[in-house]
Design a protein around this ligand. Sequence first.
Ligand SMILES: [Ca+2]
Length: 292
Amino acid sequence: MIERDENMVTRRLPLRHMAAMAGMLFTAVALCQTKSVPVGQESPERQKNSVGMEFAKLSQGVFQMGSPQGEKDRLETETLHRVGISKKTWMGVHEVTQAQYARVTGESPSHFKGDNLPVEKVSYDDAVDFCRKLSALPQELAAGRSYRLPTEAEWEYACRAGTTTPFHFGDATNGTQANHDGTKTYGNIPSGPNLGKTAPVGSYPANAWGLYDMHGNVWEWCADWYGPLAVDETIDPQGAAQGTGRVLRGGSWANHGKNCRAADRYGYDPASRKNYLGFRVVLEQKKDQPLK
Ligand SMILES: [Ca+2]
């Protein structure tokens, strides 16, 4: 159902001095991390905004983005490399629901109808527009909160929550721990359910950080242009400088288990509106104090 985007942009080689700077930054991020518990092992602080969206405050840290060579069904573009996330991130606990989307935009574009179902049939531009409108609500302005899509790196960091397996729940999936076509299993596991539609957000077990539906339900738009991942370690990568596709992550109700892997990544037409495309958002808290 989802086609891979082969229009890759030219790889940008890191400059030598950029590598030195990255090394220093990695040391700083690692030092911050050693002051707290390992990635994925703390219970994040939470907050709700004025439209009832819930966010979890993920710690900064370092993780391995991409997949190892031996991972079944891995794509060549899932280049395994070390990535630092230098700031704490308020990540959406759920995919944006239809009720939340309608309250902010006045629109109900979804194919499958239900207030607590994830919004779908939203383009990348629709998702960005939702963030802009949500950020402009008087209560959000007063609270110093603004919103944006997660970067691809933030998304994978959030999905993994400290794990290195294909799924945050392990090495196999059959539609019982995430909403995808469970007859198209991944790993050593019997065939499972295939709902053939979206499920209410939060219907399946959360990951260690309390985030739901990172695997399956609807694909999630990320902020980045799709392109090659870095080969060397990077801090807070923002994706390709330009491209033709925007990044989608996590797979959907319509997909095989392999497409729901934490490292799986696609570039997709940003104007596309399909009943398997949705998103979650990151909250920027302007009143946050700098890290010490
Ligand atoms: Ca999802």
